[in-house]
Design a protein around this ligand. Structure first.
Ligand code: AMP
Ligand code: GLY
Length: 428
């Protein structure tokens, strides 16, 4: 099979690493990819939302399967674009239809979906310019902290956890009247704050059957001890110690099964991965959000643990045999630590040369996944805020994270920063 993978982050490098291990994969193409993915296939300089050029490339390279990394092309309808085109219909697309991708693309859609299917989530209300004053009154009487969410995609910046009513009203006004995120904040969801530990669970589904392909806890804040600004994710660990059989059973019975049944009942076409962003509130799981794709850096820990052939799983999802698939996991713990550009998640400078000591290749329990990197004249340069993720295996989370920290000592670029406390709540 020839496979085209869309995206350019650490998630896509991890996907490329896993996909080429499959004997079903003949040739891999990555659009646009990064300096790391180039080692596993052919990088194509195509934007993930340029559907016409993606089509031309699929025909030219005889693509059989399209794996979509990021959410934007899914929310913009790449699945439907392929289904509607007689030249592309035969290609297996791993990702939901645009309508189903609204689970990520619209917070209001996902909250209404959860309400219709009795899926536990924070209580909420939604507001637009039309009921702006009502929204202010709702905030005035809301307990603190209160959570505000721009309805649409806002590059991970659309959520505000307000600790004062004044802050909440200022954010609400900025989102709706100041059009802070353009059309994405024309509608705002205001919801209860849930206090607990977050965990992400990933299921592969064809809209009626599903398999859990992994779970992870990510570390979103820039600073040690979970302090400072939110980022795209500074590290991840898997498996998570509190995800025992009892908790997993609650997740499956109260969240995953009703979600998949909801997709079936509402004819929401879904051939891909559902990312359940959960909060463990005193042993009870609640949905914080759905995403319609794999996470980054979650992918950098869940794929190294997944022993099963991922391409075979994607094909089984497509041909209706997913329920027959056997899934197995490496029993070791895995941790990934993200090295970021100085200044991230604020302003940072790109194009810093990266050097990786050759001896890192000898570290058999560690894998370097590129995220924001680019190759120019044989030199790897930084090309984003999150630059590289170093994943390691260990007999405990502490050991896995320690190996990643050792490997990170062998990677150098000007301004490089990483959190040295990934997995801190799970010492052993
Ligand atoms: P989202 O963009 O929905 O993933 O939200 C970003 C982050 O905000 C989540 O990962 C949580 O850390 C936090 N968050 C979102 N909603 C809530 C909530 N209702 N209660 C507590 N934290 C939340
Ligand atoms: N790490 C969170 C995400 O991929 O959305």
């Amino acid at each position: 099979m020839n496979i085209l993978l869309l995206g350019s982050g650490g998630r896509e490098h991890a996907l490329a690493w896993k996909i080429v291990q499959s004997h079903h994969c003949d040739q891999l193409f990555i659009a646009p990819g990064n300096a790391g993915t180039a080692a596993f296939g052919t990088n194509l300089s195509i934007s993930v939302t340029d559907f016409e050029t993606i089509k031309a490339s699929c025909l030219e390279n005889r693509i059989d399967m399209l794996v979509v990394g990021p959410e934007e092309p899914l929310v913009k309808g790449i699945y439907d674009f392929f289904q509607a085109d007689p030249d592309l219909q035969h290609i297996i697309v791993v990702g939901p239809s645009a309508k189903a991708a609204q689970l990520e693309g619209s917070k209001a859609f996902s909250k209404q979906f959860m309400q219709r299917h009795g899926i536990p989530t924070a209580g909420y209300a939604e507001f637009t310019e039309a009921n702006f004053e009502e929204g202010k009154a709702y905030i005035q009487q809301h307990p603190l902290p209160v959570v505000l969410k721009a309805d649409g995609l806002a590059a991970g910046k659309g959520v505000v956890i307000a600790t004062s009513t004044e802050m909440a009203i200022a954010s609400f006004t900025e989102m709706i009247q100041g059009k802070q995120f353009g059309a994405a904040s024309e509608k705002v969801v205001i919801e209860e704050f849930l206090s607990g530990i977050e965990v992400s669970v990933f299921a592969l589904t064809n809209g009626s059957d599903y398999h859990i392909i992994g779970h992870a806890k990510d570390y979103k804040r820039i600073g040690e001890g979970d302090t400072g600004l939110n980022t795209g994710g500074m590290g991840c660990v898997s498996p998570v110690p509190f995800m025992d059989d009892l908790f997993m059973q609650k997740v499956e019975e109260t969240i995953i099964k009703p979600t998949i049944k909801g997709l079936t009942d509402e004819n929401l076409v879904y051939h891909g991965i559902v990312f359940f962003g959960l909060m463990n509130v005193d042993g009870t799981p609640y949905v914080i959000e759905y995403n319609c794709r794999l996470g980054d850096p979650e992918t950098e820990v869940i794929l190294p643990r997944l022993e099963t052939d991922l391409v075979a799983l994607f094909a089984a999802m497509d041909n209706g045999t997913l329920q027959d698939a056997n899934i197995s996991f490496d029993q070791r713990f895995v941790a990934t630590i993200m090295a970021v550009s100085g200044g991230y998640p604020g302003d940072y400078v790109k194009n810093k040369p990266i050097s990786i000591d050759a001896e890192i290749a000898e570290m058999k329990d560690s894998i370097v996944f590129h995220a924001g990197t680019i190759l120019k004249d044989e030199q790897i340069l930084t090309n984003g805020g999150r630059v590289l993720a170093v994943t390691s295996y260990g007999n405990s989370i502490t050991e896995a994270a320690a190996k990643s920290k050792t490997a990170l000592q062998k990677i150098h670029f000007d301004g490089m920063y990483f959190r040295s406390d990934i997995g801190f709540e799970f010492p052993c």
